[in-house]
Design a protein around this ligand. Structure first.
Ligand code: SF4
Ligand code: SF4
Ligand code: SF4
Ligand code: FES
Length: 592
């Protein structure tokens, strides 16, 4: 690291010479407003001009997020010229922006509003013609509103970094420029996997999840049995919406809040995760011992399933036929639970609270319909649950800790909890496969990074009674592609692969609370580097606290098989709990 001498506001500093002016100023204790720049250079378009400062050696004002420091540089952040320029930049953005903040779900977490306040932007400073805009709401997972887009390019960078996909790009020129899938198509008519990673980074309300709160509201008024189930990763992040430090598990308060919102039963998707392990572990065992298609690949991430169907149709036989945990649990609620409680399945409405946007797509797949009914009737994200709690008047932080409903599907194990973290499904499945083959319990899989592969892939070798099972895990489609290309080329050495759509797994899903340093004054400066690890720790600590840590030891899962399903992978289990996939290609060019 070579150090350079600079001055900010006349005060001398020594800083790392590889920093931008924005980063150097931050390191020295100054905050320059910024908007398009994101996540240590993940997106540095230099397009919004919100970060302008004066600096010696430069002609005029510089965009501090892209301009590097150099020896002897003198930087003025607070000069009248710089202050005025930053204010004008934001006023220009607002002049072509649909400012219906009152109806905008981003309000409260909107970075454009935040910088507008910071720079003192004046209302209506630049009046003029607005560019033509539209809303794309055809996709089940996400909505794009071009009237709120500031053309920052963060979404384009995230789609490419997470997945190597270029779904979004700049279209048209000049005043007509928009950010869109190719040829101004709808998301629904593009190979977008609906993961929502772009939603997570959008600074405004231009990209949002496709809200299903209104469906839940209608169901709660309908007289139906409205049952809610929450995924493991939700408890590890919901607290962030109510001011808790990142990584604080809020399971008890979340349950209490859902009960007060009016849900008749509140269940943990961990029960469904344990059920998935019973089915998936048995499927793997069959494939290992009876010569099925290997490597088998996990199937609980719908973003990954979408990617496979669009890009690797020839590899679909490698996917486990198991539905994801919340779909399995929904199917069990509408069959076993309904039978045990004497309720007509048509009178049940199942709501899943998920860290994921692609689950909204998954629940509407025709392959997930059983006996004419959807397994799950609405999916809301962690963020949507927080919105429902806030508007209801519930003071989340003052709620008592409550427990899940215990009838029929209240037990869960540590194996179910870790489904929310990359590597967790694999570890949970191996605990059960190991037991089935050896009769002994297996608690922990030690994964190692795979040398020579791209970041994001880890592997392990497990010796089970003399048979070595090679396993690998990947999250984010960029990493998954390396493993998939090896399978396609006949070079894969693995028997079992876990793939999650979002980098880091569900804890970093597209429906999780936004992580924005500007709204998190009490978190460390490096929070964008550490938040996934902090959320993961919240789940691993819950696994360690569980008395039962293997899915096959869950007493209510054992009872479910005894009383209702028979054996794992039985005919009835297949009817309710397994699904199928189809290669998807060709688009219809629905514009907008
Ligand atoms: S994106 Fe921000 S500024 Fe625009 S309407 Fe929504 S809250 Fe208001
Ligand atoms: S939802 Fe995912 S795949 Fe689709 S554009 Fe956004 S980041 Fe890319
Ligand atoms: S959609 Fe959002 S992230 Fe993408 S360019 Fe527009 S404002 Fe930026
Ligand atoms: S934050 Fe620097 S130009 Fe946008």
């Amino acid at each position: 690291m070579s150090l350079v001498n600079i001055k900010i506001e006349g005060v001398p500093y020594q800083v790392d010479g590889s920093l931008t002016v924005l980063e150097a100023a931050k390191a020295c204790g100054y905050e320059i407003p910024s908007l398009c720049a994101f996540n240590h250079g993940e997106c540095n378009q230099g397009s919004c001009r919100v970060c302008l400062v004066e600096a010696t050696g430069a002609r005029g004002l510089i965009a501090s997020c892209v301009y590097p420091v150099n020896e002897g540089m003198e930087i003025r952040i607070s000069s009248p010229k710089a202050v005025e320029a930053r204010r004008r930049s934001v006023e220009l953005l607002l002049s072509n922006h649909n400012q219906n903040c009152q109806q905008c779900d981003k309000n409260g977490k909107c970075e454009l509003l935040h910088v507008a306040q910071l720079v003192g932007a004046r209302e209506g400073a630049f009046a003029g013609v607005h560019s033509e805009t539209y809303i794309d709401e055809l996709a089940p997972g996400l909505v794009r509103d071009t009237s709120k887009c500031i053309l920052c390019g963060r979404c384009i960078a995230r789609c490419s970094n997470a997945h190597g996909l270029g779904i979004l790009g700049f279209e048209n020129r000049g005043f007509k420029t928009i950010v869109s899938p190719a040829e101004n198509r709808s998301f629904a008519d593009s190979p977008c996997i609906q993961c929502g990673q772009c939603v997570n980074v959008c600074p405004t309300g231009a990209l949002m999840e496709h809200s299903e709160i209104y469906k839940v509201d209608a169901a709660l008024k309908s007289g139906k049995h409205v049952i809610v189930q929450a995924a493991p990763a939700v408890r590890a992040a919901l607290g962030e919406e109510f001011g808790y430090p990142i990584g604080t598990p809020v399971t008890g308060k979340m349950i209490a809040a859902m009960r007060r919102l009016g849900f008749e039963r509140v269940y943990d998707v961990n029960f469904g995760a344990d059920l998935t392990i019973m089915e998936e572990g048995t499927e793997l065992l069959h494939r290992l011992t009876e010569g099925g298609v290997l490597p088998m690949i996990t199937s609980c991430s719908p973003g990954w399933i979408n990617y496979a169907e669009y890009n690797y149709g020839d590899l679909l036989p490698h996917l486990s036929s198991c539905k994801s945990p919340h779909q399995m649990q929904g199917a069990i609620i509408k069959s076993y639970w309904a039978q045990q409680h004497g309720v007509d399945p048509k009178d049940i409405f199942v709501v899943s609270v998920m860290p994921c946007v692609a689950k909204k797509f998954e629940r509407q797949r025709e392959q997930e319909i059983v006996d004419g009914l959807y397994d799950v009737d609405a999916v809301i994200t962690t963020r949507e649950l927080a919105r429902m709690i806030r508007r209801s008047g519930i003071i989340f932080n003052r709620l008592p800790d409550e427990d899940w409903d215990q009838d029929i599907m209240g037990d869960y194990t540590g194996a179910g909890v870790i489904f929310g973290v990359t590597g967790g499904v694999m570890e949970a499945a191996l605990r059960t496969v190991y037991y089935k083959l050896t009769g002994k319990e297996y608690d922990k899989v030690e994964f190692t990074a795979v040398r020579g592969h791209e970041a994001g892939i880890r592997e392990a070798s497990i010796d089970i009674n003399g048979t070595v099972v090679n396993v690998a895990i990947a999250s984010g489609m960029k990493s998954a592609k390396v493993l998939l290309d090896d399978i396609r080329a006949g070079k894969s050495k693995y028997q079992f692969i876990e793939i999650m759509g979002c980098p880091g797994g569900c804890i970093n899903g597209g429906g999780q609370p936004y992580v924005r340093p500007c709204f998190l004054p009490n978190e460390d400066d490096n929070i964008l580097d550490t938040y996934k690890e902090k959320r993961a720790k919240a789940l691993y600590s819950e696994d360690e606290r569980q008395v039962i840590r293997q899915s096959h030891n869950n007493p209510q899962i054992i009872e479910l098989y005894d009383k209702f399903l028979g054996e794992p992978n039985s005919h009835k289990a297949h009817h309710l709990l397994h699904t199928s996939y189809a290669a998807r290609e060709g688009f219809n060019v629905i514009k907008k």
